[in-house]
Design a binder for this molecule. Structure first.
Ligand SMILES: [Zn+2]
Ligand SMILES: [Zn+2]
Length: 399
């Protein structure tokens, strides 16, 4: 058997893992590089030429893991967890990207899929994208664990730990190492973040929240803390549409929880409107509320200000700091918000594993060999994991 990391031994995002047995060849993840919006990556036997791959498996719906699946040759089956596929399709609709035309096979977590002599079993893993999976790959008497992106400080921490114990010892661990370059020993937990959010909810009458809508854990943290302080909660249309495909237990009742249809979506075509906007909302939600906002909602926020619905407000930025440095539009949005007298706060915890959790992972699955991907500093993994295989992109590791 052979393992090749086509991309990802020295970059965060856009990782592609290839596993080849005597009679099957599979890939795990096929998404965009974080810097690349042009989708320029091509692979012989996958996106062009005679197909060499028997299947492609996707760990979760973040664009750096799923974003290029449309390019895969028609005759190669692509497997995506069922909610993750719905989330990806909704994200495409809202971001103006084309919907997938390629037929995708969906799978349920914990159901094993057999591709010739390779058995792939998806397990739920804690990450900032709903129903993220890690894969156990069994083939030729070897057991490989591919974690995908993961962490052990979110709402699925216990389930993930139990899953790792069920999986037990593996021969090869292929793991993400995002935090090795950021050198973070321990991130704060999602529960801790919810407590801190509560303080802002108490202090301010209006709390605007900027977070990634696919991070359902975070939506829950903010909704719970808002409701606890007697505030109403307003989901933006995108977050609301996603919440309907997942089991979030948050019911829009127009008493405490409302939906806001941002102005920009009224410019969308009729198909979009009939699919996502064909329901009545109430725009009366009082003066004490928390609300999800996006960069594209500046005009909406100005409208609220004109109506006298912003009096003592803050904006909580709950995403990775790096986006502020990278994205000019985001910086301009934050400046405009500050100019409106809205205070700017940051409250975030990562979707990626901290170093202490990597140590836990290593202890539980006790791998003979470890390959680190999704990192800019895999060398640092030497102090954390057993038997580091120092692979460069495209080098082949034979088992
Ligand atoms: Zn990623
Ligand atoms: Zn991710």
């Amino acid at each position: 058997m052979e393992i090749r990391i086509i991309k990802g031994t020295n970059q965060i995002g856009g990782c592609i893992t290839e596993i080849t047995s005597k009679n099957a060849k599979i890939l795990i993840d096929f998404g965009n590089d974080l810097e690349d919006t042009k989708e320029s990556f091509e692979l012989d036997g996958l996106t062009y030429g005679k197909s060499k791959y028997n299947a492609v498996f996707i760990t979760h719906s973040h664009i750096d893991h799923i974003g290029l699946i449309e390019k895969i040759n028609e005759d190669i089956p692509v497997y995506v967890e069922e909610s993750s596929l719905k989330i990806y399709n909704i994200t495409c609709d809202f971001c103006g990207e084309d919907k997938l035309t390629k037929k995708i096979n969906t799978f349920k977590i914990y159901d094993t899929i057999e591709i010739n002599n390779i058995k792939v079993t998806p397990y739920r893993v804690d990450h900032s994208s709903y129903n993220s999976c890690m894969f156990v790959i069994e083939c030729e008497d070897k057991k490989i664990l591919h974690t995908g992106d993961f962490r052990l400080h979110g709402r699925k921490k216990e389930e993930t730990l139990n899953n790792l114990k069920r999986i037990g010892k593996v021969d090869i661990l292929i793991t993400e190492g995002t935090s090795l370059s950021r050198n973070i020993l321990e991130y704060e937990t999602e529960e801790r973040l919810e407590k801190e959010a509560l303080e802002y909810m108490k202090k301010y009458d209006q709390v605007f929240i900027m977070h990634s809508s696919t991070n359902i854990d975070r939506t829950i943290s903010f909704t719970k803390s808002a409701l606890k302080t007697g505030k109403n909660y307003i989901l933006d249309l995108f977050t609301y549409s996603l919440s309907k495909v997942v089991n979030m237990n948050i019911k829009v009742d127009y008493k405490r929880i409302f939906v806001w249809k941002p102005l920009r979506y009224y410019l969308k075509d009729d198909k979009f409107k009939s699919e996502y906007m064909d329901f009545d909302t109430s725009s009366f939600f009082g003066k004490k509320y928390a609300m999800n906002v996006k960069v594209s909602m500046l005009e909406d926020i100005k409208k609220l200000k004109e109506k006298g619905l912003i009096t003592n407000a803050c904006l909580i930025y709950s995403m990775w700091d790096g986006y502020i440095e990278k994205e000019e539009k985001l910086r301009n949005f934050i400046d405009e918000i500050k100019n409106m007298g809205i205070e700017f706060k940051k409250l975030h915890t990562s979707g990626h594993t901290d170093i202490n959790s990597m140590i836990k992972l290593n202890k539980i699955v006790s791998p003979d060999k470890t390959i680190i991907i999704h990192t800019e500093n895999r060398k640092k993994g030497k102090n954390v994991f057993n038997g580091i295989v120092d692979l460069n992109d495209n080098e082949i590791f034979k088992l």
